[in-house]
Design a protein around this ligand. Structure first.
Ligand code: CP
Ligand code: NVA
Length: 331
């Protein structure tokens, strides 16, 4: 597999400071980021390159969003997403404005159409965490400003960008790397799957047959994999993780889902523990989007052990999201 490179002409971003007069390549990104499938491999690599620069030297980008305001809507709880967006936008010189909609889901007080037509009058972009992914599609249709998905029932693209940034920082060439997602085939799984396929890597999903990824997401990913050279393995056989570069898991019950003892019972044999990590091999990283539930999807020994990169993933949410904001909004 070949490593994707940035092939599209890149706008240049002037840093505006005499002591940093060189310019930085900025990838062209589509209007909205609703799922990782909205980005091709070279664009993802371009965003990761930019995120590395943002992380290394944030002062160069401190005016990137000067005079801009970003609406942050939350229909569900958050620690990492809210913190990384608020702090991140502030560091770019922009103004984040939080809308806590946990008690009043979007569309209840007024239509998604009217919400979108209002927001576009004041804001330069909107980032939304929603129960139903269709709400983001509607918002993007009715709102004449960029829409960023900060988690829906189907996708978590900001998380996947942070995850790939974390793998890249560990020296992995994404197109040559193999990541296993273990457990519930949920939103985080879908975005990781789409991201690994876009960059031409290998992704194994190890889950119970009745809790695997959405068949439509798998089918679209397989079509794209035929073009990018990626490999997708969906299995219930733990030996499939042998030799992977990283094992990734997430909670068994996602936000907004009802408690489901039968689901938890069927996922119990997919807990990430020392035995599974031993199959993966001594160099395999452990990844988790957090929040984690020690003793459920992962043992404390593994998430708190030396191969765990979960807090790097959490930090990298900020840098990956800021790369998207710079690429989408900075002039
Ligand atoms: N990983 C993640 O999205 O965390 P929060 O739910 O705390 O935002
Ligand atoms: N799958 C989890 C991810 C949390 C960041 C959820 O949707 O609750």
């Amino acid at each position: 597999m070949t490593s994707p490179t940035v092939s599209t002409p890149s706008p240049k971003f002037p840093t505006g400071r005499a002591e940093h007069s060189e310019t930085v390549d900025i990838p062209s990104v589509p209007e909205n980021l609703l799922c990782i499938g909205d980005l091709d491999g070279p664009t993802i690599i371009g965003l990761l390159d930019l995120a590395v620069k943002l992380k290394a030297n944030p002062a160069r980008f401190s005016n990137a969003l000067a005079g801009m305001s970003i609406a942050l809507i939350f229909e569900k709880p958050s620690l990492r997403t809210r913190a990384s967006l608020e702090v991140g936008i502030h560091r770019l010189g922009g103004q984040p404005v939080i809308f806590d909609q946990q008690d009043s889901p979007i569309g209840r007080r007024e239509s998604v159409h009217d919400l979108g037509r209002n927001l576009e009058r004041w804001f330069d972009a909107v980032a939304a965490r929603v129960h139903r992914h269709e709400v983001l599609d509607q918002l993007a249709t009715h709102c004449d400003i960029p829409v960023l998905n900060t988690l829906s029932d189907l996708h978590h693209p900001c998380q996947a960008l942070a995850d790939l940034l974390t793998l890249h920082e560990r020296g992995l060439v994404l197109a040559d790397s193999h990541v296993a997602f273990v457990g519930d085939g949920n939103n985080v799984c879908h975005s990781l799957l789409q991201a690994m396929v876009a960059v031409g890597g290998r992704i194994t999903v190890l889950s119970p047959e009745n809790h695997g990824p959405d068949p439509k997401v798998i089918s679209e990913a397989r079509s794209l994999a035929a073009r990018t050279g990626a490999e997708i393995i969906v299995t219930s056989e733990p030996t499939a993780v042998a030799g992977v570069d990283a094992i990734y898991t997430d909670s068994w019950i996602s936000m907004g889902e009802a408690e489901d003892p039968a689901k938890v019972a069927s996922l119990a044999r997919f807990r990430v523990d020392a035995a599974l990590m031993a199959i993966a091999g001594p160099n395999a990283l452990f990844m988790h989007c957090l929040p984690a539930h020690r003793g459920e999807e992962v043992t404390a020994e593994i998430i708190d052990g030396p191969t765990s990169v979960v807090f790097d993933q959490a930090e990298n949410r900020l840098h990956a999201q800021n790369a998207w904001f710079v690429a989408r909004l900075a002039r």
